[in-house]
Design a protein around this ligand. Structure first.
Ligand SMILES: Cc1ncc(COP(=O)(O)O)c(C=O)c1O
Length: 383
């Protein structure tokens, strides 16, 4: 039989699938993959069911249902005074994952360079590679995962076309400050770059931290592709409803890719998410309180176990330094925790291309029932 395509030659199984498989095999508490082990809100499930009963079951318009695009447009306006037009600047996708792929495919030519900050979300790399682009990593340096201005300046070349930023940041829990975002904006404007701003954790912010969409900064609206998703905000990662917002020209290009990739996204779930977004003002306080409680609980448990690190202000992840405990690298230590302590985590070196900093950390996901978090801490007692 002939060989498979060269473009996927360097791809490996996603680290999340590998860890979840091992967690099952060893009956370990799974704090690896980033999804809640509890359901999203009952009222939203009821809305989805009602939408099915009402007959929202055929193909949706390929750009997304009008209702959802309008609600996306409304919440950007309400929360951030950001004006994306529902008809020409908002596109509904199969989660943020498809949005990332679509934007990269629509904008990147073979040989174009794309700057990504490491540790990065793994689909950036594969999307860039599929488009024939070249990923150029810039390391976020521990302990606060900050950018080195000179390193960033050096990473830009005449071939750079796009920069990808994720805020709030998976896996570190970092919330980018306005000053840092302004630095990114200055680089993008100086070199005429597109910026893909991946913001699916925009509402998972703690201790009063505020989300600043990159597109709200001066001069950034036109060159930013803002991506988000219902997955984390409503705790239903399996619904896979995401969206991509950009200027009209970029939107048209992205819609062409999306049209032939998935065409349309699950209609009743789009309709339900539209109602969910409309209810964000009532829903968010309880949601944030719930996750802040989980963050506090698990941070304290890790401190009791002797792990010391800055408390993350966003997302539902913690990048936990392991060098206080072991000389082992992240992958070996993660294996030891799964097999001997029955706790699964993600070794973050998979999220780096250049630096070895990731070998000194493990990523824990705290989007879990309190009893799951407590059980994990109990399992780790002997560390
Ligand atoms: C940074 C980041 N971007 C995108 C995604 C994908 O989101 P979705 O499930 O909506 O495709 C995730 C999911 O974990 C993520 O962490």
């Amino acid at each position: 039989m002939k060989d498979t395509a060269l473009r996927i030659g360097g791809f490996k199984d996603s680290i999340f699938g590998v860890i979840s498989g091992l967690a099952r095999e060893h009956s370990a508490v799974n704090l690896g993959q980033g999804f809640p082990d509890f359901d999203g809100p009952e009222w939203l499930k009821d809305v989805a069911y009602k939408k099915m009963q009402e007959g929202h079951n055929q193909y949706a318009p390929f750009a997304g249902t009008i209702h959802l695009r309008e609600e996306v447009s409304n919440y950007y306006n309400k929360f951030y005074q950001l004006n994306y037009k529902a008809d020409s600047q908002v596109t509904v996708t199969v989660g943020a994952t498809e949005a990332i792929y679509v934007a990269v495919m629509a904008l990147i030519n073979p040989g174009d360079e794309v700057i990504i900050f490491e540790p990065f979300y793994d689909s950036y790399l594969t999307s860039i590679t599929m488009a024939g682009g070249i990923p150029v990593p810039v390391t976020l340096h521990a302990p606060d995962f900050t950018i080195d201005r000179q390193e960033l300046a050096k990473a830009v070349s005449s071939k750079t076309k796009m920069l990808i930023i994720n805020n709030p940041h998976n896996p570190t829990g970092k919330v980018w400050s306005r000053e840092e975002l302004l630095e990114i904006a200055a680089v993008a404007q100086k070199h005429d770059l597109y910026v893909l701003s991946d913001e699916p954790y925009e509402f998972l912010l703690f201790d009063g931290a505020k989300h600043i969409p990159l597109a709200t900064l001066d001069g950034m609206f036109e060159r930013t592709i803002t991506i988000s998703s219902a997955a984390k905000t409503f705790g239903m990662t399996g619904w896979k409803i995401g969206w991509l917002c950009a200027n009209k020209k970029v939107t048209n290009a992205c819609r062409l890719v999306h049209q032939f990739l998935t065409f349309a996204v699950a209609t009743p779930l789009q309709e339900a998410v539209a109602e969910g977004l409309a209810r964000l003002p009532e829903y968010l306080p309880g949601f944030v309180k719930q996750y802040q409680g989980k963050r506090n609980l698990f941070y304290q448990e890790l401190k009791n176990l002797g792990f010391n690190f800055p408390i993350p202000r966003g997302t539902f992840f913690m990048m936990v330094p392991i060098s206080q405990k072991t000389q082992m690298k992240d992958v070996d230590y993660a294996m030891k925790l799964i097999k001997e302590f029955k706790v699964a985590t993600v070794p973050p070196s998979a999220f780096y291309l250049k630096s070895t900093e990731g070998e000194k950390y493990l990523r824990f996901c705290f989007a879990k029932k309190d009893e799951t978090l407590k059980q994990a801490a109990l399992n780790l007692k002997g560390l």
